[in-house]
Design a protein around this ligand. Structure first.
Ligand code: MGD
Ligand code: MGD
Ligand code: MO
Length: 760
């Protein structure tokens, strides 16, 4: 039986503040995940579902992209994976009656948390022009309507096709094929807001925009630096890997403006010691860096390594390009500028340098703390310089480790979800399907918003995700979306993007990872690629929320047939019924996927080739690994202002809010909090527990305000503040993006504080 949805709403949230914790997981995490799951499902379904997470015969956890260890533990999931699974496998349902009872105007007043709690979507729904309510439509009507709007465009570039990173390889491949046969490269995706900066920096310097390490490398490393990442919440299974690395003698350094509990100590819930005992201390050295100080930190490290001549000269001579220019510039790194940018004492930087000098094998892991800054790309290039100096790329126990977010965000890119595809990819695609794909680059996420605003994009189609809530500058973005002709969302759950729409809107419900997927050709499975380039299968086992739900693969296949017409000539029906036929095509288009259908049926799947990792071959413009020169910059913050980073609480998955607690940071019952260093709070007159408005400052003079945030005195690095996304996306200016990657600067928003305008 479906249960009643809880009614609490963050609009009336009342955060309570306790002490931050100093260890992650352990028994409370197990209890927490089971409680969350049982709010959504019967006990039998909880067991049946959680038993299949990340098992060879089961489904890939829709939580994060962290890889599965070779021999899977019987419970290879974590507290937050369990929440992600429960969110999807919930027994609550949204039926046409729900939409009849709630006008869209009313739903637009509801919190994202409330929308998500209503259950799984079951029926295709249409919001027609001028209508107040969504009404049911048949699948055929829905596809015909999309075809009508797309075919009415002057140019295929008047449409944009967004992807969120849960989409399977098979669906992603067909989706980009469809967009390109239609004639556009407008394929924005969540990567644009996520690891695009990593992809840009790594492609330029190493030739492959992905991480170069496997789990085995982590276990063999001497030193692991975790910079700008909160794995205790966002990649909990990474803590088991760090624990294992530590047992084998590795040192762990964390670089973060916040002391994150998960990096301090880990109580592994999968063994008795972790459940009951004190757990394992993870961080050996914690550098509490200022927001945006990482480029300065890595430049300082590089200067010290050069001064000590701690350079792998043989590696540099044989494999690298640009060393002399880099050396001249890095050696001149100004110490005072480093101290100002990082806020760290020089002695701590030297302490880290000593650890580096004592280590043969070094890995640097990072996530959004590095990628969402104006100077994110130069920062990551400098990390690469640091690793190249001592030959830490392309040998066991060493390398770059950008830790991906969505469970298949890396695979989607591999399948061609990219607004700037390479010529080689388009050549292969064109050859396989006998057509000439469009060559002109398309729009990324931020440029899609601009194009909608300017009337150049009229149809917005989303394969998953929650575009209006996930993107910056909420008010500008919502206005842009509302000016379009048609918005279409292929979704599992209701969210904000379904109630802020174009003139017409469609919701196309779909199967999730946990659902059984049967077609005319029998049982189907899909494949995904994890953060370390391992490809494996995923097969759901639950009865789908409705009998006529279509998988993403079938939705794309039927859409393509409806839009492109019978004259298109590709066997879309066959693609939709038999995913093996899609994989056969992928095997001939995407490098590394030869013999795909056979290889993916082996337990554990297979690893994609990676030149730098496998053979120290670097497919860059110079044919070598490129050193780069990255002038020292850091965010500038005027007097009386702080730099705000927007981050995740422990009870959310991006725009999906599971609950109102952030347990490790000691915050419960609400999300509208702003964490401020007590010394900064004293200077700015921000009383603990008081309420304020956050107002962001940007060169365009537009006022961006997020009202009613409770001030929490918290040990964040001086000069910075932290608050949760997506509530704070209203503060991130659309034009404030990273150089090169165009990623919104979600970790660097200049704000001032004003009296609480909600006046509560
Ligand atoms: N449970 C759960 N899991 C998730 C997600 C989720 O929302 N919930 N989201 C998924 C997705 S899509 C992604 S991309 C990942 C995100 O994973 P993370 O990147 O860990 O997520 P954030 O909460 O954005 O955390 C950023 C971390 O970087 C630190 N930081 C911020 N600015 C700086 C800086 O300038 N320098 C340094 N050194 N550190 C900084 C913050 O203090 C924080 O610890 O997680 C994925 N997994
Ligand atoms: N201020 C600020 N903004 C940020 C960030 C930040 O740190 N700060 N982080 C950025 C990052 S890293 C990312 S990745 C983006 C995330 O941006 P998105 O990927 O667009 O957002 P999500 O919240 O992950 O999308 C959740 C929705 O996906 C749908 N969904 C879930 N599972 C499935 C599925 O299997 N199939 C389909 N079709 N739909 C499904 C559900 O309807 C759910 O409501 O946000 C970015 N925005
Ligand atoms: Mo992400």
């Amino acid at each position: 039986m479906a249960k009643q949805a809880p009614q609490s709403d963050p609009a009336q949230d009342a955060p309570r503040v306790g002490a931050p914790q100093h260890a992650a997981a352990g028994l409370p995490a197990v209890g927490h995940s089971l409680r969350m799951a049982s709010e959504q499902m019967s006990p039998k379904r909880v067991l049946a579902t959680l038993r299949k997470v990340n098992q060879p015969d089961g489904f890939d956890c829709p939580g994060c992209a962290w890889p599965e260890p070779g021999k899977t533990h019987t419970a290879e999931f974590c507290e937050n994976g369990a929440k992600a699974v429960a969110e999807e496998a919930t027994e609550r349902r949204i039926t046409p009656e729900f939409f009849a009872a709630h006008p869209v105007a009313e739903l637009a007043e509801r919190s994202g948390y409330w929308l998500g709690q209503q259950g799984r979507l079951t029926t295709p729904m249409l919001l027609d022009e001028g209508a107040t309510h969504y009404t049911p439509v048949s699948w055929d009507e829905a596809f015909a309507l999309v075809a009508e709007e797309l075919n009415a465009l002057d140019t295929p570039d008047g449409a944009a096709f967004y992807t969120s990173g849960r989409t399977s390889n098979e669906a992603a491949f067909l989706y980009q094929l469809f967009a390109r046969r239609l004639g556009t490269n407008n394929l924005p995706d969540c990567s644009n807001m996520c690891h695009e900066s990593s992809g840009s920096a790594l492609t330029e310097t190493l030739g492959v925009g992905k991480g170069s390490v496997s789990l085995k490398d982590l276990y063999q490393a001497d030193l692991i630096i975790v910079a700008g990442q909160n794995p205790g919440t966002n990649h909990p299974r990474m803590l088991s890997a760090l624990e294992r690395a530590k047992r084998a003698g590795a040192k762990v350094v964390s670089v973060n403006p916040l002391p994150e509990a998960g990096l301090e100590r880990f109580k592994n819930p999968q063994n008795a010691r972790g459940l009951a005992g004190v757990g394992t201390k993870l961080t050996d050295l914690f550098l509490q860096i200022r927001l945006g100080g990482d480029l300065a930190l890595f430049r300082a490290l590089n200067r010290i390594l050069l001064e000590r001549d701690a350079v792998d000269h043989a590696f540099v001579a044989e494999h690298c390009h640009g060393f002399e220019e880099f050396r001249a510039d890095a050696a001149a790194t100004d110490r005072e500028a480093v101290l100002a940018a990082t806020g760290l004492p020089w002695s701590q930087i030297e302490e880290l340098a000593e650890l580096v000098l004592g280590s043969q094998k070094i890995i640097v892991c990072w996530a959004m703390g590095l990628t969402q800054h104006k100077h994110a790309v130069p920062t990551i290039r400098e990390v690469v310089n640091f690793l190249l100096l001592r030959g830490n790329v392309g040998r066991p126990g060493a390398g770059v480790c950008p830790v991906r977010g969505h469970s298949n965000v890396q695979g989607d890119r591999t399948m061609g979800i990219f607004e700037r595809p390479t010529a080689a990819f388009l050549d292969a695609l064109g050859k396989e399907f006998s057509f000439e794909p469009p060559r002109e680059h398309g729009l990324d996420s931020v440029d899609t918003i601009r194009a909608m605003r300017d009337g150049r994009v009229k149809v917005f189609f989303a394969m998953g995700g929650n575009f209006v809530a996930a993107t910056p500058d909420t008010l500008a973005t919502e206005a842009a979306i509302r000016s379009t002709r048609l918005t279409v969302h292929v979704s599992t759950k209701l969210n904000r993007s379904h109630v802020v729409t174009g003139a017409r809107a469609l919701i196309l419900p779909t199967l999730g990872r946990t659902d059984r997927d049967w077609t005319a050709a029998g049982a189907q499975f899909v494949t995904v690629e994890d953060s370390m380039g391992m490809v494996h299968s995923s097969r759901g086992g639950l009865r789908p929320p409705a009998d006529d739900l279509l998988s993403e693969v079938r939705i794309v296949a039927r859409l393509a047939r409806a839009v492109l017409g019978p004259q298109d000539g590709l066997p879309w029906e066959e693609f939709g019924d038999s995913y093996d036929t899609v994989r056969d095509r992928i095997s001939r288009v995407v490098p590394g996927f030869d013999d795909f259908n056979a290889k993916v049926r082996r337990p554990g799947g297979f690893a994609l080739p990676h030149g730098p990792r496998d053979s120290r071959t670097f497919p860059t413009a110079t044919g070598k690994a490129n050193f780069s020169v990255n002038p020292l910059t850091a965010p500038e913050v005027p007097e009386g202002r702080l730099l705000l980073q927007t981050l995740r609480s422990h009870d959310q998955y991006n725009t999906t809010i599971y609950g109102l607690d952030d347990r490790y940071r000691g915050i419960t019952g609400g999300r509208r909090v702003v964490l401020v260093n007590p010394a900064d709070a004293a200077e700015l007159g921000l009383a603990e527990g008081g309420y304020v408005d956050l107002v962001s400052e940007w060169t365009d003079g537009v006022e961006r305000r997020a009202p009613h945030f409770k001030v929490v005195h918290y040990p964040v690095a001086r000069g910075g503040a932290a608050a949760y996304y997506p509530e704070t996306n209203v503060l991130v200016p659309l034009d404030s993006t990273a150089d090169v990657s165009n990623t919104p600067t979600s970790k660097a928003v200049v704000i001032r504080f004003e009296p609480d305008s909600a006046g509560v």
